[in-house]
Design a protein around this ligand. Structure first.
Ligand SMILES: [Zn+2]
Length: 491
């Protein structure tokens, strides 16, 4: 790629506390013309036309060199990034059907939420301050059997897409029921997602038992595989305490046969650890390895309690670990040894988990808490940097879910999933270090523009692809029914 603009040295990364000093050192190369593809149709101005040019005072690319381009622009055509350079260079090379100005805005990759249960936005706050198993068995599972149907999933997922788009998340890995409905909503809201067919050995809202959910999962995957490049159907076996060894093996076999990944809860709580030891005489990751479950692409949510001997298994099997600090704190699941896993070479991304155990879908908060939790746990403020958690939310997260060659960083040929963060709010005045501000200051409200697959989903904080008024109305109406039924049940 000739378009490499500015590759700061490692020393720069380490010492760049002052943006004024740091970014001045990063001057765009003056090489216009080298990223024009010859097949572009020419406009009246004689320049090739692209769909969209997005500018930013800084482009935080999250590429391998952590390149930051000052006064940059990204040109997008057919859903892909076709140029990334100084705004002057990009505008000299292309004319665009649409142009998004970059005054006081930072352009960066969209955030990747590696673990969610999107439709649980509708169960946000119905039960809080409980232990994981109490919360699951006495509130969430019964409430789901009673209330969750296709309509619930549609409304809840629409709410989640609205919240995630508003907060700059462009991709999520979901695990819930009625996956066709989830996929339909993702298709219409414009986001990118891996949608799991949940496998669980109990009567669930959309299946009778494990065998039934595997069968239905295969049908779902058949319907959605290669249908829409933004929607990737996968299998979502719930956990090793809701499925037995045979059912887990069968799910892996079905996933491998269908050529899809698996997303699963793994080594989340002390309960799971004890259950695994009692049932199989092994801790969870050792157990999964022993039954061949890790023999295929695996996204493991939580991984709070890996033993020292299990971390090399995660590395060897290239298991993508999704760290969910807020959920782990709220349910008192524990503190994941993210520092040790990263040091060992485990692929680690970040996730929110469902809105019932978080209670929001705010990836900015996950970044901040991921850093703070490691620091206070080790009593060492140097143990996890802003750059490290920003990587976990973008390129590192993409690698953990197996999409590093497509999303998570901004460079030519990558899918155009990117956001603009506005630096207008008082908490950005002044800004010395862009990366520090993105991680330790920015929140959902600062996201101005969201683009997925080259399409605008939000512009100047206006959501374009979700009918927010209708969704809010439907959610409030459904919540009234849930609240009335819960009141009756708990009398
Ligand atoms: Zn979960």
């Amino acid at each position: 790629m000739k378009n490499k603009i500015c590759s700061p040295s490692p020393a720069w990364i380490l010492t760049s506390l002052l943006i004024s000093a740091a970014l001045m050192a990063c001057t765009p190369a003056e090489t216009p013309g080298n990223s024009v593809t010859e097949s572009e149709p020419a406009s009246a101005s004689g320049l090739p036309t692209v769909d969209l040019i997005v500018e930013g005072e800084y482009i935080v690319t999250m590429d391998e060199n952590q390149t930051v381009v000052k006064g940059g622009a990204v040109a997008i055509k057919d859903g892909l990034i076709v140029a990334l350079a100084s705004a002057a260079d990009v505008n000299a090379q292309y004319t665009a059907t649409e142009h998004v100005a970059g005054d006081n805005r930072i352009v960066m990759p969209g955030l990747i939420n590696g673990h969610s249960h999107a439709a649980m936005t509708l169960l946000r706050g119905v039960a809080d301050d409980l232990a994981l198993m109490d919360w699951l068995n006495n509130y969430i599972f019964p409430a789901e059997v009673q209330f969750v149907d296709a309509d619930f999933v549609r409304i809840g997922t629409e709410l989640a897409c609205w919240e995630m788009i508003r907060g700059g998340t462009t991709m999520f890995v979901d695990m819930y029921y009625f996956p066709d409905v989830v996929a339909d909503v993702v298709e219409s809201c414009g986001m990118r997602a891996m949608v799991s067919a949940t496998v669980i050995d109990q009567r669930s809202p959309d299946a009778e038992n494990a065998a039934d959910s595997i069968r239905k999962g295969l049908e779902f995957i058949g319907r959605w595989k290669d249908k829409n490049s933004r929607i990737i159907p996968i299998f979502g076996p719930h956990a090793n305490y809701t499925l037995n060894a045979d059912q887990l093996r069968e799910t892996r076999a079905a996933a491998n046969e269908a050529g899809v990944s698996i997303s699963i809860h793994m080594s989340e709580s002390q309960f799971e650890l004890q259950y695994s030891k009692d049932s199989y005489g092994m801790t969870p990751i050792t157990f999964f390895e022993s039954i061949g479950f890790l023999d295929g692409p695996t996204i493991a949510a939580h991984v709070v309690w890996p033993t020292e001997a299990e971390i090399p298994i995660l590395v060897e099997r290239r298991v993508g670990v999704i760290h969910n600090p807020t959920s782990n704190m709220k349910l008192a699941s524990g503190i994941s040894p993210v520092t040790e896993m990263l040091r060992a070479g485990v692929l680690v991304g970040l996730g929110t988990d469902g809105a019932a155990s978080n209670n929001d879908l705010d990836m900015w908060e996950e970044m901040r808490l991921a850093a703070f939790l490691q620091k206070v746990d080790r009593m060492d403020p140097e143990v996890m940097s802003a750059q490290t958690v920003l990587t976990m939310a973008t390129s590192g997260g993409a690698e953990a879910i197996g999409l590093r060659d497509q999303i998570g960083a901004l460079s030519i040929g990558m899918k155009a999933d990117l956001i603009q963060v506005s630096f207008d709010d008082v908490h950005f005045v002044p800004t010395y270090d862009v990366i520090s501000h993105l991680v330790y200051v920015a929140d959902e409200q600062d996201v101005a523009t969201v683009i997925v697959d080259g399409k605008l989903l939000m512009r100047d904080k206006v959501i374009l692809t979700v009918d927010t008024e209708r969704v809010a109305h439907e959610a409030r109406e459904l919540a009234k029914r849930i609240q009335a039924a819960l009141a009756e049940r708990n009398q």
